[in-house]
Ligand binder design. Structure first.
Ligand SMILES: NC(=O)c1ccc[n+]([C@@H]2O[C@H](COP(=O)([O-])OP(=O)(O)OC[C@H]3O[C@@H](n4cnc5c(N)ncnc54)[C@H](OP(=O)(O)O)[C@@H]3O)[C@@H](O)[C@H]2O)c1
Length: 261
């Protein structure tokens, strides 16, 4: 199986921590030149200095805030003028928790911009390069809420569905150019975002954090949270030559938690 990403250029968004960081590490290990995107410049510098370079990989970073789509557009359009892109990982911070009935219109607009609109801006900018190279891999990090909405994640549940539909439509249009478009649906993955969800839920239920955590683990067939590296392993396969005939799918990586077939 060919998993080599040597000579491939990857853009990994939201890659200073959590799932994005794990994906950047894995793609670099397989030989990709990685360009990281996030807001925190210091963290970006630190991450690229830690990525594998043993195969001659060259890594770089771009600073961008996905709550400002126009800035993202300028940044990526400038980047593709000088760089070829084979792999794009669309990923950013998730919308804040809260019940949908309490959600303000502005919260939906913010999440729509940060997730769907930025994915679209980045994708449309890199596709010409992927077409030219006859190799494209677009991987969107969404959530299992695409399949089954989760409690207290009203805005997130709503936006994730839109991103999944956008991605499937893109896959239909781009397949003929050897560009695959797939979604990863993380379950409960040990990152800062999960930790802050557990904190919020414990406060709301006026109970101990460990109790909430154990309750969540009991709902997972594998009885544990996932590691970011376990999402990264699937992303790496999809990004590689071996993933060439997988497109238009949403893959839960959730220890079996999602209760649908
Ligand atoms: N962890 C889970 O259990 C889980 C489950 C289901 C779905 N997900 C989803 O998967 C995605 C990644 O999750 P995670 O747990 O890895 O999140 P995380 O630990 O909060 O990391 C988010 C990353 O995105 C960047 N980011 C946040 N806001 C940004 C913005 N406005 N512009 C540009 N970059 C931004 C952050 O870097 P900077 O702060 O430097 O910008 C960071 O690198 C999220 O959408 C999350 O909702 C996670």
């Amino acid at each position: 199986m060919n998993l080599s990403l040597k000579e491939k250029n990857a853009i990994i968004c939201g890659s200073t921590q959590g799932i994005g960081l794990a994906i950047a590490k894995e793609l670099a290990l397989l030989g990709a030149n990685c360009t990281l995107i996030a807001r925190n410049e210091e963290a970006l510098k630190k991450v690229i200095s830690d990525l594998d370079t043993s195969l001659g990989q060259r890594h770089s970073f771009l600073v961008a805030d996905f709550s400002k789509p126009d800035e993202v557009r300028t940044m990526i359009e400038d980047h593709v003028k000088h760089h070829t892109v084979h792999i794009l990982v669309n990923n950013t911070g998730g919308p804040p928790a809260g019940m949908i009935i309490d959600a303000k219109v502005e919260e939906f607009l913010r999440a729509f911009n940060q997730h769907l609109i930025c994915n679209h801006i980045l994708t449309t900018a890199v596709v010409p390069s992927m077409k030219k190279e006859d190799y494209g891999r677009i991987i969107n990090i969404i959530s299992t809420t695409v399949r089954i909405p989760l409690k207290n994640l009203g805005v997130s549940n709503t936006i994730r569905g839109a991103v999944a539909s956008w991605a499937k439509t893109m896959a239909n249009e781009l397949g003929q150019f050897n560009i695959t478009v797939n979604n990863l649906l993380p379950g409960n993955i040990s990152t800062q975002r999960l930790d802050s969800h557990i904190d919020t839920n414990a406060k709301m239920a006026n109970t101990d954090k460990n109790k909430i955590e154990q309750g969540m683990k009991n709902e997972i067939p594998m009885r544990r949270f996932g590691e970011p590296s376990e999402i990264a392993a699937v992303a790496a396969f999809l990004a590689s030559p071996a993933g060439s005939y997988v497109s238009g799918v949403s893959i839960p990586v959730d220890g079996g938690k999602t209760g649908s077939i």
